[in-house]
Write a protein that binds this ligand. Structure first.
Ligand code: PLP
Length: 395
């Protein structure tokens, strides 16, 4: 076929294809940890190629490669490298960005708490330094780059208040200063945004979320140019944080329905955000699909397909005191961390993903008192709206 395949076709057909020798339509789960070494393999490994042949499961395995191929096709990357969690992927990506060992990271203030903690707690002792900047503020990033940042790391849609990052502008600033630009695209998924097409050098996902999509797999992936990914895979081989074959098998199976699931989630988020914005108990809704959202205009330029993501957050007029009672009154949405699954989840960021932040720091990340984060699932939007209305009305 000469025309490039479109997203939903790639999601089904990218990677392994059945053959007369290997006819299963659903790929077999191959659990082997070690593989026969024969002269053909010897000639490759003797020449230093440990990536192509099957050697040992920590270096690579068939189900992991299958899933990596699909992820790379959907993200428009030359290669993806799978890890045992999103944090393991972010860890490898950060270390890889500084081949000399450590350096200064310009880190968006609007970021998952785990990423800032990783840098502050685990990587600081290796010599990593964080220069925080507001992702919306060009001058703030210019100052961080002026202070010597070698990597700029942001989330395209941020956790928890869905701030939209202007990726082309950020890429231009980073590259202008000779820095690398990496994007955590967990909230967006390649259905809503493809950061590599907008100037990113590296993309990372918690595949635990929408990519796997059923709240039953923990995984992470780094994607980018082949040469860079070879180095990341080399690091994974050394440190051993590769994904298990069974988890990779589930992930690859889930990828076939990624577009269907994420589109349904985005539709639910749009409907729920609109309904919440009309409620008198709600002080503010964060969702770039709403015309009044500060990221709305920008989202038209950096997000795809008229979609605005599956995540939203809102602030209750009753403040922090009202957040837990409200969540406990929901009957469908489940109070649980994580996102991107088929079921709608809620969480209270200052008690979960962003613990330990002062009121001021929370405002800098982008959310105020009484904030509830909602990760929309694929339920009927009308049922979700009724669930939230019931819980608000009973307060
Ligand atoms: N990035 C974002 C935006 C997240 O929300 C999370 C987890 O919630 C992670 C990375 C870490 O992923 P994992 O839990 O798979 O290690």
């Amino acid at each position: 076929m000469s025309t490039p395949l479109r997203f939903s076709t790639l999601a089904v057909h990218a990677g392994r294809r059945p053959t007369p020798e290997d006819p299963d339509l659903s790929p077999p789960l191959r659990r082997a940890t070690t593989f026969l070494q024969h002269p053909e393999v010897h000639s490759l490994t003797d020449a230093g190629d440990w990536a192509t042949p099957l050697v040992y499961s920590r270096y690579g395995s068939p189900n992991v490669s299958d899933a990596e191929e699909v992820l790379a096709a959907l993200e428009g990357a030359e290669r993806g490298v799978l890890f045992a969690s999103g944090m393991a992927a972010i860890h490898a990506m950060l270390l890889h960005a500084f081949p000399s060992g450590a350096g200064k990271v310009a880190l968006a203030r609007q970021i998952y708490g785990g990423t800032s903690s990783l840098l502050a707690k685990a990587l600081a002792s290796l010599g990593f330094e964080v220069i925080p900047f507001d992702v919306r503020d060009e001058g703030d990033l210019a100052a961080a780059l002026g202070a010597g940042a070698g990597l700029v790391h942001v989330e395209g849609l941020s956790n928890p208040s869905v701030v939209v990052a202007d990726l082309p502008r950020l890429a231009e600033q980073a590259h202008g200063a000779g820095a690398l630009f990496s994007v955590d695209s967990t909230f967006a998924t390649p259905v809503v945004q493809r950061p590599l097409e907008l100037g990113a050098d590296l993309v990372v996902h918690s595949a635990t979320k929408a990519l796997a999509g059923h709240s039953d797999v923990t995984a992470g992936v780094v994607l980018g140019r082949a040469a860079r990914m070879e180095a990341v895979a080399g690091y994974r081989k050394l440190t051993g944080a590769i994904l298990d074959p069974a988890a990779a098998w589930l992930l690859r199976r889930s990828m076939a329905t990624l577009g269907l699931r994420v589109e349904a989630q985005c539709k639910a988020a749009m409907a729920l955000a609109g309904a919440l914005a009309a409620r008198e108990e709600v002080a503010r809704v964060h969702y770039p699909g709403l015309p009044q959202d500060p990221g709305h205009e920008l989202s038209g330029r950096v997000l795809k397909g008229g979609l605005h993501g599956s995540m939203l957050a809102f602030e209750l007029k009753g403040g922090d005191e009202e957040a837990r009672p409200f969540v406990s009154r929901l009957r469908l949405a489940v109070d649980a961390p994580s996102l991107g699954g088929v079921e709608t989840l809620v969480s209270i960021p200052h008690l979960m993903s962003h613990t330990g932040l002062s009121a001021e720091q929370r405002l800098a990340v982008g959310f105020g008192p009484g904030c509830v984060r909602v990760a929309c699932g694929i339920e009927d939007p009308e049922d979700l709206i009724a669930d939230f209305a019931g819980a608000l009305g009973a307060g």
